[in-house]
Write a protein that binds this ligand. Sequence first.
Ligand SMILES: [Zn+2]
Length: 303
Amino acid sequence: MGKRKPRPWPDTPEPLASSVIDNHTHLPVHEGEIPRADGVKMPLEEQLERARQVGVTRMISSACELPYFDPMLELARAHEGVRVALAIHPNEAALHAGCADPSPDGLTPQLREHHIPLDEALSAVEERLGDPMVVAVGESGLDYFRTADPGREAQKESFRAHIEMAARHDLPLQIHDREAHEDSIELLRECANPDQRIVFHCFSGDAAMASVLAERGWYASFAGPISYPANEDLRQAFAALPPELILVETDAPYLTPLPWRGCPNASYVMAHTVRFIAELWGISEEGACMQLRENTERVYGSW
Ligand SMILES: [Zn+2]
């Protein structure tokens, strides 16, 4: 048997030439959510301190399960630079609707003890959208990887409700679209206002989908996978988008960029993705930081 490859926490990268914002992450509200790397957990404070050191000075942390809403808002109040996105995750939407069939990938979802009906869960999102810490609705959307029929119907209902509440509160919407590109676009075409700020978080489409986004003025947010060698389609999609529609994120603790793929992710590691984007654009690191920062502030405002 081969020895397990050691997977440490990534080293802190060299500071970026200018500051940027991680527009989609999941900060740990409880210690138990911090992944271990070589047996070690990196406390939230240290993750944030490292992020500041490299120039990832602000971040939007998504709470997309009901029990995390209030702890995440408290976390944002207690830490400079942190703001919140709230939604019922599409896979949670299926559970709230009572759909716990085994998913196409073979996992059996667990219905939680605190399970409440979907409409009540959606109200719990909307009730909190006026909180000054909330800068976005997200992540909502469709996940056909994890959820089969009839859970997909619940996801669509939930997605529609999130599009509408984002419009009512004049907040940008972060879309989770996993193996559901066509239906996600169709639903947005149907329900979103032309002037709504729409972000495909962890964009995973191809160049054809990117042109749809470009046509509509919707944003694509890129995470670590843009740096993976196999993802040529994703880089072609990136190239098909105007620079002003591109955002950057970690989706931590997952999707760690090269050269730390397979290790836990955190906002400070995003410096690698930013540098990768600068290379793809063929511009200076400082130019890329400024473009990304400008785009992010156009969508979410400044804090
Ligand atoms: Zn996410």
